[in-house]
Design a protein around this ligand. Structure first.
Ligand code: SF4
Length: 512
């Protein structure tokens, strides 16, 4: 879907410019594990078109969302945008990129949770209003979006989706009518609560915002001819740039529109952060640096801690590919340093051509899916005791099938070690985890789970070991899905801190 100039003279209330085209809701394809919701990027360059650098960086962030992709640019006069369904390579062709003029822009890849998959929810989300054109890309999930949407709707704002990104865009557009950019962003941050890393484009000014608790990642990079904001540093590497630093929790970063630098505004400073520890365990690319920690090294450290906490003598240690690889390598190294005679081997081969779209119409076929995806190397397994390492167990289906697969291949014993604590509760901050009822570990002792997956032994990593490996205190991490206590005020759930916040209401006066 392509859009031309929104025009800058529209009167408030804000008019949505996102094309009302609706492909019709379809449910998100079932995923094997937790699924990241989105990746965001923004660039401001000296005189080069932003479209291709944005396109390449979206490719680098493809693992964060596969259901839609989009880019919005601004050429100093008007905004241009293109969003499409599917992978980045499906959503764009060369002509689409040629139509995205301007040296400033933002981009987005999306994986939807509630609300299904349709073009209305694809981002960047664009609005026009009397102070200009706005485009917004969001990673995270607000916990009070419904309250703000209701209030904005009652004052005349027309919404085209149930998405929380549209709520942020409308609130920010309303504030921009009355205040300058910095104050407008601060007012919106005062009102929206939950998890958000945003890239925003107001006319040709690109900015990045990280929520006051820093739940989702966002970093700044320097290019030869400009600056980039991205969910992960791997996107900066793809553009041959240098990572400058992470955007701080509660910080607004405004890129100079000539690509010469950036301004920083620390709009909120909380006593503690609530960084999602699962970014390091599962979601982020191993080659990304998040909050000063290389994800690959964090996973190896988690694997080492796993050996120290619950190492078991076995003939061979093998990862579940690809997610368990760095954990298993750290585990095996720590075991070897302790003098354990254990071989590290790739005992499961992955078929890379079985994607999420593979059609499995019957339950029996679904249960056999793992055999299509993974095949054991019999000579590595037969007659031997095996330790299988993975990063998480969500529903337990895959673990059960893998244990069975290894036993069928002749394994004498199968011990399962998980490089994170047990997932016992859902995520409300933008991760498609599963419902509490679907989680195999919700409210159940480890021994019962071991019995379910038919392993000879099963151990998870402790929460304290996760905090140590991430060089963080527990108080600075979100651990909601493994403790059931959340850093935000969520109906029906327990908070892990004081999360009292002002009720939604009219924004503060213009001179705040
Ligand atoms: S609940 Fe879990 S997955 Fe969700 S933000 Fe917190 S740590 Fe991350």
């Amino acid at each position: 879907m392509s859009q031309g100039d929104p025009g800058n003279g529209a009167a408030a209330p804000v008019t949505s410019l996102t094309d009302p085209l609706d492909d019709g809701d379809r449910a998100p394809a079932a995923a094997d594990g937790p699924t990241e919701k989105c990746g965001v990027v923004g660039v401001s360059l000296t005189d080069r078109a932003a479209a291709r650098p944005l396109y390449y960086s979206l490719y680098a962030l493809q693992h964060r969302g596969q259901d839609s992709a989009g880019i919005a640019t601004h050429d100093g006069f008007q905004q241009h945008s293109h969003v499409g369904m599917g992978l980045v390579g499906d959503a764009f062709d060369g002509t689409d990129l040629d139509g995205l003029a301007g040296s400033a822009g933002i981009g987005h890849v999306r994986y939807p949770t509630a609300g299904g998959v349709n073009a209305r929810c694809a981002q960047p989300f664009s609005v026009s209003f009397k102070s200009g054109a706005l485009a917004l890309a969001h990673n995270g999930n607000l916990v009070n979006a419904d309250d703000i949407r209701d209030e904005l709707a009652s004052s005349g704002h027309a919404f085209t989706s149930r998405g929380d990104t549209e709520v942020i865009a409308h609130d920010l557009a309303r504030n921009l009518i009355e205040a300058d950019l910095i104050r407008a962003v601060k007012r919106t941050m005062d009102r929206v609560h939950g998890s958000y890393s945003l890239t925003v484009m107001h006319d040709d000014t690109v900015l990045g915002v990280r929520d006051p608790l820093g739940n989702r990642p966002l970093c700044i990079g320097k290019l030869e001819d400009g600056y980039v904001l991205a969910s992960e540093s791997a996107a900066i590497d793809t553009l041959d740039g240098d990572l400058v630093r992470d955007v701080r929790p509660g910080e607004l970063v405004v890129l100079e529109s000539d690509g010469s630098g950036f301004e920083s505004y620390q709009l909120f400073e909380e006593e503690h952060t609530a960084r999602c520890f699962f970014e390091h365990v599962y979601f982020a690319r191993p080659d990304s640096v998040i909050d000063d920690t290389l994800v690959y090294e964090a996973r190896r450290d988690l694997g080492r801690a796993l050996w120290e906490e619950s190492g078991v003598d076995s003939d061979v240690v093998m990862p579940v590919p690809d997610s368990g690889r760095a954990f298993a390598s750290g585990y095996a190294d720590a075991a070897a340093e302790d003098g354990a005679e254990v071989e590290f081997a790739e005992g499961l081969m992955k078929n890379r051509y079985v994607g999420r779209t593979f059609i499995m119409p019957t339950q029996d076929e679904r249960e056999r899916a793992v055999r299509l995806k993974l095949n054991p190397i019999r000579s590595t397994v037969e007659g031997r005791t095996v330790t299988l390492i993975d990063d998480s167990i969500v529903r337990g289906t895959t673990s059960t099938q893998l244990v069975e697969l290894l036993r069928d291949a002749g394994a004498a014993e199968v011990h399962v070690r998980i490089g994170a604590p047990a997932i016992v509760a859902p995520c409300y901050m933008g991760i498609d985890m599963a419902t509490r009822e679907e989680l195999i570990a919700a409210g159940r002792p480890v021994e019962e789970i071991r019995d379910d997956i038919a392993a000879d032994s099963l151990s998870y990593l402790s929460v304290d070991a996760v905090a140590d490996a991430l060089a963080s205190s527990r108080a600075d991490l979100c651990l909601g899905c493994v403790t059931g206590e959340y850093p935000y005020d969520i109906d029906g759930e327990t908070a892990d801190r004081d999360v009292s916040r002002p009720a939604v209401g009219e924004p503060p006066p213009a001179d705040d």
